[in-house]
Design a protein around this ligand. Structure first.
Ligand SMILES: Cc1cc2nc3c(=O)[nH]c(=O)nc-3n(C[C@H](O)[C@H](O)[C@H](O)COP(=O)(O)OP(=O)(O)OC[C@H]3O[C@@H](n4cnc5c(N)ncnc54)[C@H](O)[C@@H]3O)c2cc1C
Length: 505
């Protein structure tokens, strides 16, 4: 049939896909690979999101690749700078030549007889027509992020169609949106809302952040003074490495402090906000969350820009429940009515695994919600497949780097063993927890039931802890008893066992 075959097929050309390709080129130089990317550019999240002020909310010394120093003085960096960094990395490493743009993966079917995946995708050439394309590969590596690209999440707001102004979602920001002098309401209180508020407030008439409940917010310097000093006196690679470890250490310290002394951390965070906004400001209502720190992602604001916009009167925060939209704006359950020309629904993402692609093993559909995650990288009873899901409490790339290096070690071990397939087999581990634990953010709670589960102990745990992952993915032997290494003849002699269902009680 003339299908193209690759040793490894990577889905996605974002941070993780480029990271995966770099590691393959370095550690498995003989393996052929291709990256299928549904968009027309490199960058993933940092290409898709174009709202005003878009920036990282973790520092770039930990969000940058381990192998390429982040040299920009901004530790909290604009989205465009991050996109450049990813694109330049792909270009300098010759990775861009391996990318097929405008290719969306729809389905991947594993055959134990062939020890190969058949990957079905659609290609959308510039004329807009969609045409099916099929590839085969030995190993499928999903670097497709964690959310649906096609559309973000918007709750059903009553009477939204009555509103005569414009409603926009940050995931589909209209390039022509002119908000200068306009009254803007941003619905939401997460990272996107707190980024949008100061950015839009510079030219908007007034910006109101309308939140159902508050989020923890912490102000950090946009530029990392210590990292800058290190860069002046040390070779860039050393300065980067030291800054990275400094920030990893700090992040672990803050997270562990929040886990063990939540009240202490809560008081500290709120005190800082009160200081920034002044004694008259109602911090209790607008900036004191109902949950403990780090039960949801901590929102980071550079140099207190959010608080400065509020203090200057260019923006305000309203905490309340939306009753319905009106012609002029939004009516709250309290009876208050907020008028607006533009409403921004910063209401979040729709979580999605494997880029929405369907997986099948020997004719049986893989129900992700019934599978158990192996080291947070592979799935029980699914051969030759891995995916990147980074940290929710730290920079994504820290875990992406570990996973990419781990997958290379696994591929090399398969070669040494002469095994063409590797399958995590769960023999007696029960599902005891969702993929992401102790995290109450709406976008996680809405979808987590359909994600793989975790067991009670390693290797079936998904850690949100970099040091544990360094041990699990980097220092532990890859040759783990839970991994079954085999070849097609053996696999086809034995019929594949009925996949156990791993459901939480
Ligand atoms: C607004 C926003 C801000 C964020 N800020 C931070 C931050 O400050 N720090 C942090 O650590 N994390 C942050 N994150 C998480 C962020 O997504 C990761 O940092 C990182 O960009 C993830 O990289 P990725 O390559 O794994 O996924 P993505 O960036 O999502 O890239 C996935 C790629 O896969 C492609 N793809 C998806 N499905 C398919 C398919 N079926 N076929 C082909 N291609 C497909 C997409 O087009 C995309 O190019 C943020 C996320 C968002 C949405």
């Amino acid at each position: 049939m003339g299908l193209e075959h690759f040793d490894v097929l990577i889905m996605g050309a974002g941070l993780s896909g480029i990271d995966a390709a770099y590691h393959l080129q370095k550690h498995c130089p003989k393996k052929s690979y291709v990256i299928l990317e549904q968009r027309q550019r490199i960058g993933g999240t940092w290409d898709l999101f174009r709202y005003p002020g878009i920036r990282s909310d973790s520092d770039m010394f930990t969000m940058g690749f381990s192998f390429r120093p982040w040299t920009n003085p901004k530790a909290i960096a604009p989205g465009e700078d991050i996109r450049h960094y990813i694109t330049e990395t792909a270009r300098d490493e010759g990775i861009d030549r391996h990318i097929r743009f405008s290719h969306r993966v729809l389905r991947a079917a594993w055959s134990s007889r062939d020890a190969a995946w058949t990957v079905s995708a659609v290609r959308r050439p510039p004329d807009g027509r969609e045409e099916p394309v099929t590839f085969t590969c030995n190993f499928l590596f999903s670097c497709a992020g964690y959310y649906r690209y096609q559309a973000g999440y918007t709750p059903e707001f009553p009477d939204i169609n009555r509103f005569t102004g414009r409603v926009v979602h940050p995931q589909a920001w209209p390039a022509d949106l002119d908000y200068s002098g306009k009254r803007v309401i941003i619905i939401g209180s997460g990272a996107t809302a707190v980024t949008l508020l100061p950015a839009m407030a510079t030219t908007a008439g007034h910006v109101t952040m309308l939140q159902r409940s508050p989020t923890y917010i912490i102000s950090m310097p946009e530029q990392d003074a210590i990292a800058k000093r290190l860069m002046r006196v040390l070779p860039i690679k050393w300065a980067y490495r030291l800054s990275r470890w400094k920030n990893i250490g700090f992040m672990i310290y803050v997270y562990q402090l929040a886990q063990h002394f939540p009240n202490f951390v809560k008081t500290g965070l709120i005190k800082k906000i009160s200081k920034a906004l002044g004694p008259e400001y109602d911090v209790g209502t607008h900036f004191t969350p109902r949950y403990n720190p780090w039960e949801q992602r901590l929102c980071l604001v550079p140099d207190g820009d959010l608080f400065r916009a509020i203090k200057a009167g260019r923006a305000s925060v309203v905490t309340g429940q939306i009753e319905r939209f009106t012609e002029k704006g939004i009516r709250l359950e309290s009876g208050e009515e907020l008028e607006a020309d533009i409403v921004v629904t910063a209401t979040g993402l729709v979580l999605q695994a494997f880029g929405g692609a369907e997986l099948e093993v020997d004719g049986r559909r893989v129900e992700l919600g019934n599978s158990l995650a192996y080291k947070g990288v592979m799935l029980s009873d699914v051969p030759n497949a891995a995916s990147v899901f980074g940290y929710i409490n730290a920079s994504w790339t820290l875990k992406a780097d570990l996973i990419c290096a781990y997958v290379c070690r696994l591929l090399n071990l398969m070669d040494r063993k002469g095994a063409r397939q590797v399958t995590p087999r769960n023999r007696n581990e029960a599902a005891v927890a969702p993929f992401v634990q102790k995290f109450s953010s709406g976008y996680v709670q809405r979808a987590i039931a359909n994600w793989p589960k975790q067991g009670a102990k390693a290797p079936w745990r998904v850690y949100q802890n970099y040091l544990r992952d360094v041990f699990s993915l980097k220092w532990s032997s890859v040759d783990d008893p839970a991994l079954e290494f085999s070849n097609p003849s053996e696999a086809t002699l034995k019929p594949a066992p009925e996949a156990p269902r791993h459901q939480l009680a």
